[in-house]
Design a binder for this molecule. Structure first.
Ligand code: ZN
Length: 307
């Protein structure tokens, strides 16, 4: 079973089209769901992918443009309607809290469901730590205050080598210590080094979500070498002149960030509705960076350890 999976709910941009839905992505990490942006229709796309509302506890907003937010009142209304209590945390800027609170206070009154806010700032910061995951922000360059989110697994425990622990007669009570890197001291005082009894932890995986932004040359070093990079590809190079003033990137520019950050795979998206053939985004990006995955609604991407 995969521990780290990405579900694309919507990968279109602001102008509605019949081909794509507005922005929304769900990250499934070990059964816990984290949503990034919640464009119109996100809750229906969420249900179509058979994701469970009860496992969704965090929603991260990149910025306060309608195509990233308009699905939120509907989704929160549904969570409140379920009537089973519970809570959700929305990560957004101070102004996001103010705007959303006035909507929720009117439409989601008198429910046992608890809506919490984590106020973030447009700077590099760690905004959430769970037992197994860290989420940090990087500021982006869009027309309004915007951040990207980077999800990084915490390093795991070392793996026990059962044949070696049996051979050295290590008691079960020591296993937890071995996983934490401790040596084993036998009753006669002989020290068995940890590296004989265990193998290194599996490499930690990471995902970066970068939307919306104009091309930023210094962004790559802030992201670092993630296993999967979603970087918006609103335009193709033929429309490069309109990308920067509108705070967006071309497929080629996304590929430059993927290449320079050391990403393993680039995932496209936030497509302008002017283009009829999405494969153009992939082809353009592949001229710079070889591992490009063409995004689409319903796409499920498994984030895996590469050899
Ligand atoms: Zn935007």
């Amino acid at each position: 079973m995969d521990n780290f999976t990405l579900h694309t709910l919507g990968c279109g941009s602001a102008r509605p089209s019949l081909k794509h839905q507005p922005s929304s992505t769900v990250i499934d990490h070990r059964g816990n769901l984290f949503m990034v942006d919640c464009g119109e229709g996100a809750q229906l796309a969420f249900m179509r992918q058979r994701l469970s509302f009860s496992r969704l506890q965090h929603i991260f907003l990149t910025h306060l443009h309608g195509d990233h937010v308009f699905g939120l009142p509907g989704l929160i209304g549904t969570l409140a309607l379920n009537g089973t209590g519970g809570h959700i945390t929305i990560h957004t800027f101070e102004e996001g809290k103010e705007q959303l609170c006035s909507i929720f206070n009117y439409f989601c009154r008198d429910t046992p469901f608890d809506i919490r806010f984590n106020i973030i700032k447009p700077e590099e910061d760690v905004i959430l730590e769970t037992k197994s995951l860290t989420v940090r922000t990087v500021p982006l360059n869009h027309r309004v205050t915007t951040v990207g989110y980077i999800f990084e697994e915490k390093p795991g425990e070392r793996h026990i080598k059962p044949e070696m622990t049996r051979f050295h007669e290590v008691p079960i009570s020591m296993m937890k210590h071995l996983k934490n890197g401790e040596d084993y001291v036998k009753p006669d005082g002989t020290v068995i080094p940890n590296k004989i009894l265990t193998s290194p932890p599996s490499p930690a995986l990471s995902y970066a979500h970068i939307s919306d932004t104009a091309y930023m040359k210094n962004l790559a070093e802030k992201i670092g070498p993630v296993d999967l990079l979603f970087h918006e590809t609103t335009y193709l190079e033929e429309h490069k002149a309109m990308a920067a003033p509108r705070g967006h990137s071309t497929a080629k520019q996304a590929a430059l960030v993927a290449r320079d950050s050391g990403a393993k795979i680039l995932l496209t998206g936030h497509y302008s509705s002017r283009y009829k053939d999405d494969t153009q985004f992939k082809r353009e990006a592949e001229e710079i960076f070889p591992n490009v995955l063409l995004n689409n609604e319903g796409l499920v991407t498994h984030i895996k350890r590469s050899k």
